[in-house]
Design a protein around this ligand. Structure first.
Ligand SMILES: [Zn+2]
Length: 244
């Protein structure tokens, strides 16, 4: 039945339950609550998150090789940037396909190194299956990580609001779907210290500042309140181009 309920409805129920629970506690030593015996929707999944829209591997023409030896259990949510300045007019689907082709030919990777990629306009591309561990050019144990790449170079460009909105929805959904603690959300540089600037200063500050975690936690309530921070001092000023 859960799948027939809309997230905002569930959020409203969740808020109600929370309020009821705390008021129960407050009046426990006083008179018995009038509604003490009223039925309560105990079967509701409070954090249920609808899967965000995404371009499937079939739709962008994925051709992965076999990678049965890379099976893992997802435990961590790790954020990357492409590290390449995204230029207006670039086709993001072609970028995903080219990354797969290049990785197979040059690195011996069986598939796109990331599980999901997010274009500047917020379009999410599904890439490597989350059943398999990702790839990296740095040294850390990749097993258990779900890799999410935001297209652009956030040392030189600013992340778009559309990307942050899609990222937060994706993180909330992944946390819910795989029972991953959203507190594991980190940037590539946090899991491979001293080896990379990925995911770039303008995106990384939303991770270290706690905004992305807070927005992902609040996402099921429909009130995440995602807002861009002002530009960094001495940081990039131009946004990734959101229109072709
Ligand atoms: Zn990275």
């Amino acid at each position: 039945m859960k799948s027939f309920l809309q997230a905002p409805v569930l959020a409203a129920i969740a808020i109600c339950i929370t309020a009821c629970a705390s008021s129960d506690k407050a009046i426990a030593q006083e008179a018995r609550p009038i509604n003490a015996d009223a039925p309560r929707p105990t079967e509701v999944s409070y954090s249920y998150v609808v899967k965000p829209a995404m371009v499937t591997p079939e739709e962008w023409g994925s051709e992965p090789d076999n990678m049965d030896d890379r099976r893992h259990t997802p435990k961590y949510l790790t954020i990357h940037h492409s590290g390449v300045v995204f230029k207006a007019g670039t086709d993001p689907a072609a970028k995903v396909k080219n990354l797969q082709t290049w990785g197979k030919a040059e690195k011996g990777w069986p598939d796109v190194p990331y599980h999901y990629l997010i274009a500047p306009d917020g379009t999410i591309f599904e890439a490597r299956s989350t059943e398999f561990a990702p790839e990296t050019n740095t040294k850390y144990d990749v097993s258990g990580h779900i890799g999410i790449d935001l297209m652009g170079n956030f040392e030189e460009q600013r992340v778009s609001k559309e990307q942050l909105q899609s990222l937060v929805h994706l993180l909330a959904w992944l946390g819910n779907r795989h029972s991953i603690d959203l507190a594991t959300i980190s940037g590539h540089r946090d899991v491979a210290p001293g080896q990379t600037v990925c995911p770039g200063a303008d995106l990384h500050r939303y991770i270290t500042g706690g905004q992305i975690y807070e927005w992902a936690v609040k996402f099921p309530t429909g009130q995440a309140g995602i807002e861009l921070l002002p530009p960094m001092e001495d940081g990039p000023t131009e946004f990734v181009p959101t229109e072709g």
